[in-house]
Design a protein around this ligand. Structure first.
Ligand code: ADP
Ligand code: MG
Length: 598
């Protein structure tokens, strides 16, 4: 092909590809324009997942008659005039590309009346070509209708996802903007059915109830605006809602971030939030969060990405730690409160945590929750949770297997001392934990429980391990074969003085396979215990001691945190099965006294 300069129309279509990737991008751009125009009421109506029609009406300022055409010209904007304006920007838009891009790949019409003008204007554009413009009577505000999206870009059309996918993306965009602008009333109608509505009350919690359902909001806690200031700049704030540690999901998609009212993607901040749950969530589990960051405009660069979905912070690590700190504080406070609810005394008076639902109730005192009146209307909402995940079948995940009640506060591992003790901190002070006795306690309770439920986790040895024993020992083992079997120990008589060890509880097998000599030692100790009165507990204790971390063993951070997480829910976390202490606790008060601070 010879070299040719592309026509304006093709340039427009190519450029449009950056801004308008899918129907939801059109919704996003038009919503941003309506918000920038100061609308307090925005109605979105979509047909066919946005392919057939996207119509957005707002009651904002409207566009002056003599500027309507210009608004659809590429790089035409009223929001920025010099490059410095970028750093004092208070609008969502600034590139002047959206309307031109959208109009170049669809049939678009606009009806608008500027609030200071008498007459409105109507303009029709097809594939970027102006078809007609006329004066018209119209309420103050703007209605933009986008039909047959991508009708003239067949390649883009081919990449379109299923209608349901597009619908989900659209509803996600709308609910997210509604969260960022709780003072604006949003209504979304898809194929003639209202699927989302916010009431414009100004309270984020009201929007969350509409978007997530009250049941999920019950599990959210408030992050109150935490002032942080850095480098002598005016303070910025972090606020919003995060899930309690009991409410988590399998991906990061439910972590939502807004910076100065702009919905952004930021993997570092997402990580900061996830990190703040350290010690509270298992690997591979992620919290639900809706966080608003307000940062001085000169501290953020919004001009990083054509869809404006990413920003750059001047002090990225300052923002990172501010977010992490704010979330961590809320998680710790929620944990404290949860413990107080369980009436487990750790001598600590806590900070009250505002649960999402509590707060919603304060605002909606008339609502009869327990009678399910409003609740049903909200939670059975067809779009209820769709905004939160790409997986249409995804249902919000509540607590997984029922956890045993917590008996210790949530502790965070600080480190290991002398390959013997774990230092941990909790809201009530410092804990020194003996890794061996504590682990013995954890294994003891879990094996005993597994035994009682007939669910011991058993592991078979490949060809059996032969163990030579005395006749009395042989007999004792044979006599208790049933009990041993239920604990996961399977033995087979192999000769007059030999037992073949076929299987062992999973927790001890590794040690025995690594060193077969251990098998004799273990079986001998077990036979000894079998002759005692409370022989079940004795045998379980023996197995647990055998499997527990040894004094002198260096543990990884995850091993320590894992151990402590289990210990926190043991029935008797403070002693080993034979009554020795597993932990020493120094309360914050005691520490202060010791250091002469109280
Ligand atoms: P940008 O938002 O980046 O300025 P757009 O192409 O989205 O670029 O819009 C171009 C201009 O059209 C805006 O700067 C604004 O002046 C005007 N405009 C667009 N939508 C609306 C609306 N809903 N209400 C009032 N003015 C609007
Ligand atoms: Mg715009």
């Amino acid at each position: 092909m010879p070299i040719q300069i592309l026509s304006d129309q093709i340039i427009g279509q190519i450029a449009a590809g950056e801004v308008v990737e899918r129907p939801a991008s059109v919704v996003k751009e038009l919503l941003e324009n309506a918000l920038d125009a100061g609308a307090s009421n925005i109605h979105i109506s979509v047909n066919g997942g946005g392919r057939k029609l996207i119509r957005i009406s707002d009651n904002g300022t409207g566009i002056r008659a003599d500027e309507v055409k210009l608004a659809f010209t590429r790089h035409a904007t009223s929001k920025l005039h010099t490059i410095d304006d970028l750093y004092t920007l208070v609008t969502l838009g600034f590139r002047g590309e959206a309307l031109a891009s959208i109009a170049s790949v669809s049939r678009t019409s606009v009806t608008t009346r500027h609030h200071q003008e008498e007459m409105g204007t109507q303009l029709h554009i097809e594939g970027g070509e102006i078809i007609r413009q006329q004066a018209t009577g119209a309420p103050s505000g703007t209605v933009i209708a986008v039909e047959n999206l991508f009708f003239n870009t067949p390649a883009r059309l081919k990449f379109m996802k299923k209608e349901t996918t597009e619908k989900r993306h659209i509803s996600s965009i709308v609910t997210h903007y509604a969260m960022a602008y709780p003072e604006v009333r949003f209504t979304l109608e898809q194929d003639g059915r209202e699927s989302f509505r916010s009431n414009g009350s100004g309270a984020l919690i009201d929007v969350l109830v509409q978007a997530m359902g009250l049941d999920n909001v019950r599990q959210m806690i408030e992050v109150t605006a935490n002032e942080f200031s850095h480098r002598d700049q005016p303070p910025a704030t972090v606020s919003g809602y995060i899930s309690t540690p009991e409410y988590h999901r399998s991906d990061r998609n439910s972590i939502t971030l807004f910076v100065n009212g702009r919905w952004i993607q930021d993997s570092r901040l997402t990580y900061a939030i996830t990190q703040a749950y350290h010690g509270y969530l298992n690997d591979g589990r992620y919290p639900v969060a809706v966080l608003m960051l307000d940062v001085p405009t000169q501290e953020v660069d919004v001009n990083v990405h054509p869809t404006k979905a990413e920003v750059r912070f001047r002090d990225a690590s300052g923002v990172f730690s501010a977010v992490q700190r704010a979330v961590r504080q809320a998680v710790l406070a929620a944990d404290q409160q949860a413990r107080q609810h369980q009436a487990i005394d750790d001598g600590f008076g806590g900070v009250p945590v505002r649960r999402g639902a509590d707060q919603w109730h304060e605002n909606n005192p008339d609502t009869q929750l327990d009678m399910g009146l409003q609740v049903d209307a909200v939670t059975n909402h067809p779009q209820s949770y769709s905004a939160y995940s790409d997986d249409p079948t995804a249902i919000p995940e509540g607590p997984g297997r029922p956890l045993k009640p917590r008996t210790l506060p949530m502790l965070r591992v600080v480190g290991q001392v002398g390959a013997m003790y774990i230092v941990a901190e909790g809201p009530a002070g410092m804990y020194l934990i003996d890794q061996h006795t504590a682990h013995t306690r954890v294994l003891y309770e879990s094996l005993l429980e597994a035994y009682q439920q007939g669910q011991a986790v058993v592991q078979h040895t490949l060809s059996g391990i032969s163990v030579d024993l005395k006749p009395t020992e042989m007999r004792s083992l044979e006599d208790h074969a049933a009990l041993l079997h239920q604990l996961g120990i399977e033995l087979e008589k192999f000769g007059p003085g030999t037992m073949l060890l076929r299987a062992l509880p999973a927790m001890v097998i590794q040690m025995v396979i690594q060193n077969e000599g251990q098998a004799v030692h273990l079986l001998r100790s077990i036979t000894e215990k079998l002759s005692q009165k409370d022989h079940l507990e004795q045998v379980v204790h023996c197995l647990s001691t055998f499997a527990a971390y040894k004094t002198g063993q260096i543990l990884s951070h995850d091993e320590m945190q894992g151990l402590i997480r289990e210990l926190e829910r043991c029935a008797e976390p403070r002693t080993s099965p034979d009554g020795r202490p597993t932990l020493l606790h120094m309360s914050s008060d005691q520490l202060a006294r010791q250091f002469g601070k109280a």
